[in-house]
Unconditional design. Structure first.
Length: 131
């Protein structure tokens, strides 16, 4: 009986791990699609969030700022700001016009204005079309 329970538990863990891996793979595919045909710029530490209408997306622990069809920033975080994918706002304290490596960002639910998460910015990479 114990062996049977252990087998069921092990199969459940494998199924959960497979589902998590599949979700991560799909999110990685979305990022790959966003940066397809673009070249990474070296040594980018910040993204200017005051540009005219940047679009912000969340894919797992990664944030993606689409500035234009030619420029996309991939922001790697520590995790915790995934609420952006459901429409939460992303803020830093004190507020500033740039999101930089080392910053702590907070997400807030709209319209309730309740905090929903926080993350640390680990890496910012700018991808640009060449040509």
């Amino acid at each position: 009986m114990i062996r049977k329970k252990c087998t069921i538990l092990a199969l459940s863990v494998v199924a959960l791990t497979s589902a998590t891996g599949a979700k991560r793979f799909l999110k990685d595919q979305e990022i790959a699609r966003a940066i397809q045909g673009k070249v990474a710029d070296p040594a980018t530490d910040c993204v200017n969030t005051q540009r005219s209408h940047p679009r912000l997306f969340s894919y797992g622990t990664n944030l993606l700022y689409r500035i234009s069809n030619d420029t996309v920033y991939v922001v790697r975080t520590s995790g915790g700001c995934e609420g952006v994918s459901r429409g939460d706002s992303l803020q830093t304290r004190p507020f500033k016009a740039r999101l930089c490596v080392g910053d702590i960002a907070y997400t807030t639910q709209i319209p309730s204005n309740l905090p929903s998460g926080s993350c640390t910015i680990k890496r910012v990479t700018r991808y640009q079309s060449r040509g």
